[in-house]
Design a protein around this ligand. Sequence first.
Ligand SMILES: Cc1cc2nc3c(=O)[nH]c(=O)nc-3n(C[C@H](O)[C@H](O)[C@H](O)COP(=O)(O)OP(=O)(O)OC[C@H]3O[C@@H](n4cnc5c(N)ncnc54)[C@H](O)[C@@H]3O)c2cc1C
Length: 517
Amino acid sequence: MTRHDTFLTQDTTGDPRPKAIVIGAGLGGLAAAMRLGAKGYGVTVIDRLNRPGGRGSALWQNGHRFDLGPTIVTVPQIFRELWATCGEDFESCIDLRPLDPFYEIRWPDGSRFSASGDRDKMRAEIERLSPGDLAGYDKFLKDSLDRYEFGFEDLGRRSMHKLWDLIKVLPKFAMLRADRSVYAHAARRFKDPRLRMAFSFHPLFIGGDPFRVTSMYILVSHLEAAFGVHYAMGGVGAIASDMQRIIQSQGGKVQLNTDVDRILVEEGRAAGVALRNGQEIKSDVVVSNADAGHTYTRLLRKKTTRRWTHKRLQRTRWSMSLMVWHFGTLGTRDLWPDVGHHTILNGPRYGGLVRDIFRKGHLADDMSIYLHRPTVTDPTAAPIGGDTFYALSPVPHLGHDDPVDWTKTAELYREKMQKVLEEQALPDLSKHITASEVFSPNTFRDRYLSPHGTGFSIEPRILQSAWFRPHNISEELPGLYLVGAGTHPGAGLPGVISSAEVLGKLVPDAVPVGASK
Ligand SMILES: Cc1cc2nc3c(=O)[nH]c(=O)nc-3n(C[C@H](O)[C@H](O)[C@H](O)COP(=O)(O)OP(=O)(O)OC[C@H]3O[C@@H](n4cnc5c(N)ncnc54)[C@H](O)[C@@H]3O)c2cc1C
């Protein structure tokens, strides 16, 4: 019998449950802990930060709540299913509000496009910008549904660690023209360059270059149209806090402010973790929600890896990084009435800017900004009468040749963002700012230990997806599992929650010490 079969790890409290450690309290790690708790494991989640949620947590400054990362919740049913697996009712725990419209896109020529879940309104918007593209829109939605059924409901929710599983689905990939990029697909259906952008930018929300990532990702249009775009009152941090509550109610622990230094290996298996403070915690199962690159190069540095070597990870294409400027304003609730919850401000270039960011690694003079104003839906994010915002601009990651020195550039770039915002959305902004916090690529590198300071880990290109991505069951070390953005199926809340669903199918049910199997 292997060590795994017998579940030897016992703690001093006499808890007979087999033990699992989850490194990282990102949404993927918390979801994994909930699944393992429901399977009967005694789970300890360890994170270096002082709050759960990873990129999905929050900071407070002068009464403003800065939701740090995810703002858009799609596919709420995957949360409902996860809560139900733990005997909980998601709806009675989290106040999820559907947004209408979903977001507004603006272009420098003054034109705007308002996206919503109402098919007639969407058709009216398309007709206003480009009447000739209506038929293309209908086809695009059908294309999106086909890719959703295959890419999300099938591949995205099962393990893709066996090469044979990939080989079996190759004909379907070919049929759906997965070799084509998201942009190329949108360009086939829409003639208007604005609509090509409006129906192809979504991969940027999960770290992909729309001109390179597989057109499978047009499935996002179906997700939005069918299940809506939602906001969790209290921010995604409220979801993370509720996940922590459920883990604790299962008898699990969430240990914050604690750095994991490495994964322990005993008898050729993952056997627990060593903390930065020297303490060792043993377990039967180790799940890493840290970035897959960090897991293989740093946490497993004492073990020779065969597939995920330094060299291979250096050759890997990484997602872009981000400049995120969080700011608060006072006395502004009645100002800027046309700025809704989500606004995308396009710069003068789309393809050229994306090329600068992803391929050239060049910090361009122009920028596009995604502007988040949660106070439109959730006034508790700011003091009374005030607003909380974040402005996000995609920028190159730190792994390109001659990377940007953000210690010198971050403030200059923030000033540039402020100017763009004042010109295009928030006139006189500078007069109202009362709180400010900048997250540069250096922050992503140092806070989340993201290789190259990326926002979304490994880029979701076709040859870096499914079997090609780091597997949820480690190919390097028995007893080690991976969840989160850098693993299958990928970044974004639906992706990382699904990675934990896959994990739940891979880890055997727990058998308490002493119980017969
Ligand atoms: C600005 C921004 C906006 C986004 N917007 C959206 C959106 O609107 N909708 C959407 O669906 N997705 C969005 N995303 C993507 C989504 O937020 C992420 O893909 C997802 O939250 C990542 O979750 P994860 O489970 O991979 O873990 P992460 O959030 O990356 O968390 C990993 C955790 O591991 C911890 N950790 C790492 N190494 C160690 C160690 N050695 N010891 C201890 N702890 C460690 C880190 O501290 C961190 O807390 C956004 C991302 C960003 C950055």
